[in-house]
Design a binder for this molecule. Structure first.
Ligand SMILES: [Ca+2]
Ligand SMILES: [Ca+2]
Ligand SMILES: [Ca+2]
Length: 511
């Protein structure tokens, strides 16, 4: 659509323009873009006189599709619904059939992003803000978690994405090649999973398995029927997470039912709130079956373009987000960019045992359990408690990951001589083991507990199951005669917060 292209070019022009009015103009241009995209939603004509519709079906009563001259595009199996193309003049007849529960427009969802200037970055601020790098360093990069990006496809030839890409489907062209012809889906995939290779950018969970379900065309528009089919594919192919950086203000019984069915089957759906800057969240984010995400500026405020409302679950970085696109890297803004930050963060949590959050004690994360964990460790922003702009707050995946229950350091032995002649050097040997299944950075402190004097501290990095023997030596000239309790503390430290994990003491008598 040429109108659209004109707007986008204009937008790019405004974005590269300096000056103090930039932020405001950015918003205006963004709102205009989305208004255009949303106004396109009414165009659901599949050809002259033919309408694309979503039809809710009832029980065993057959619908006479052929007799109606209709073409069935999808027969969903998770929900009683069909996507079809029906001649305009037969629509009334269709809705009167006994087997038909409802007929609704096959509305279009739009990609919720806008382009800004190109630039490069290694760890983008958004990835940093979620606390992902610290979690990645511990060896949790989302291994074994399957994430479906329901979007414009993915450019799987991109060097930062070809390693994590595992396949998918193209519902726009109905073939097995969901290559991105727009750039939006590739950008979202990079936020989730760009490779940690010292080149380009790094994603939040670089070892997840990414699948592309292409439901939006080269203009970033897609039908609800294809979005629903993409979600159904994700359920059928046992995805853990479905990332939905798309939406529209048009409600749909079919899309609502599909999201609810996916959630009920254990899939976590994450969706963007929309970019109109309104107190109105778009669908599917508005449904309770999805995690609704608003967008943050780098200053920590919810962006003025971000939609908000009681449905918002979390806020995540959305402005000035650098990630992968077909020809390299680009910086975009939008709630579309915020959504995959949450998808990636969820992947890191799903790669850990549910522990105390496993309410039904089945050893697995349910969507509600994962949501409860993210909410428990989110940083509260804005008004105290849950609010309409930040939801439960900003996800802190590092806090959620460094839950004490997941980390265990063990002090095996503290060796000191039982007696020491005053003036002789005090030799102490500490043996400790990383008893957790993650790589840990362990801070070891040695304290003279009798006189409350810190004597030494050291930091060691240990692989899961690895042990270390640390040797210390102190002069004892100034030590008071009598008993000294030497206490060793080992802690897993992260971002200044120490998770005290182990402590052991031993007494030495200075003669
Ligand atoms: Ca990279
Ligand atoms: Ca569970
Ligand atoms: Ca709050």
């Amino acid at each position: 659509m040429s109108k659209n292209n004109v707007t986008r070019d204009k937008l790019r022009e405004i974005m590269t323009d300096g000056g103090t009015k930039m932020a405001k103009m950015k918003l205006n241009a963004g709102a205009l873009l989305i208004a255009l995209l949303v106004s396109c939603c009414a165009l659901t004509q599949a050809g002259p006189g033919v309408r694309r519709v979503l039809v809710g079906t009832r029980g065993e009563k057959p619908v006479e599709w052929e007799k109606l001259g209709a073409k069935v595009r999808y027969r969903y199996h998770l929900i009683p619904a069909v996507a079809a193309e029906v001649p305009q003049e037969r629509l009334d007849e269709l809705s009167r059939q006994v087997g038909v529960a409802y007929v609704e427009e096959d509305a279009q969802a739009a990609a919720i992003q806008s382009a800004a200037e190109r630039r490069r970055d290694v760890v983008p601020w958004g990835v940093q803000a979620t606390g992902a790098p610290e979690v990645n360093r511990s060896g949790n990069k989302g291994q074994g978690v399957r994430v479906a990006v329901v979007d414009t496809g993915i450019d799987y030839r991109h060097p930062d994405l070809k390693g994590c890409y595992r396949g998918g489907y193209d519902f726009v062209d109905t073939d097995d090649d969901p290559r991105d012809e727009h750039g939006h889906g590739t950008h979202c995939a990079g936020i989730i999973a760009a490779k940690d290779d010292g080149k380009g950018v790094v994603g939040i969970a670089p070892d997840v398995e990414v699948y592309a379900l292409r439901v939006m065309d080269r203009k970033g528009r897609g039908f609800y029927s294809d979005v629903s089919a993409g979600i159904e594919w994700a359920v059928d192919h046992r995805m853990s997470i479905v990332s939905l950086s798309l939406g529209s203000h048009q409600p749909s019984r079919t899309l609502a039912a599909m999201c609810a069915a996916a959630e009920a089957s254990g899939v976590l759906l994450v969706a963007a709130a929309g970019n109109d800057g309104r107190r109105s969240v778009v669908y599917p984010a508005k449904y309770s079956s999805t995690i609704a995400v608003s967008a943050l500026n780098p200053d920590g405020n919810v962006a003025s373009y971000s939609n908000y409302g009681p449905e918002i679950d979390f806020a995540a970085p959305g402005t000035l987000i650098t990630s992968t696109v077909g020809k390299g890297f680009a910086t975009f803004w939008g709630t579309s960019m915020a959504c995959p930050h949450v998808s990636g963060a969820v992947a890191l949590i799903l790669a850990t045992p549910p522990g105390a959050f496993d309410r039904d004690r089945d050893g697995k994360w349910s969507p509600a359990e994962a949501k409860a964990c993210l909410a428990a460790y989110a940083r509260d922003y804005g008004p105290v408690g849950r609010d309409e702009k930040y939801g439960c707050g900003v996800i802190d995946v590092s806090a959620a990951f460094f839950r004490p229950e997941l980390h265990e350091v063990r002090i095996d032995k503290v060796e000191v001589p039982p007696r020491l002649r005053a003036g002789a050097p005090l030799r102490t040997t500490v043996t400790l083991t990383n008893a957790s299944k993650y790589e840990e950075i362990i801070t070891v402190q040695l304290i003279d507990d009798t006189y409350k004097i810190p004597m030494a501290w050291r930091r060691v990095e240990l692989q899961p199951g690895e042990s270390a023997i640390l040797k210390f030596q102190f002069p004892s000239k100034t030590a008071a005669k009598g008993d000294h309790l030497l206490r060793v503390e080992a802690a897993v430290g992260i971002g200044g917060n120490l998770i005290a994990a182990s402590s052991k003491g031993s007494t030495v008598t200075v003669m």
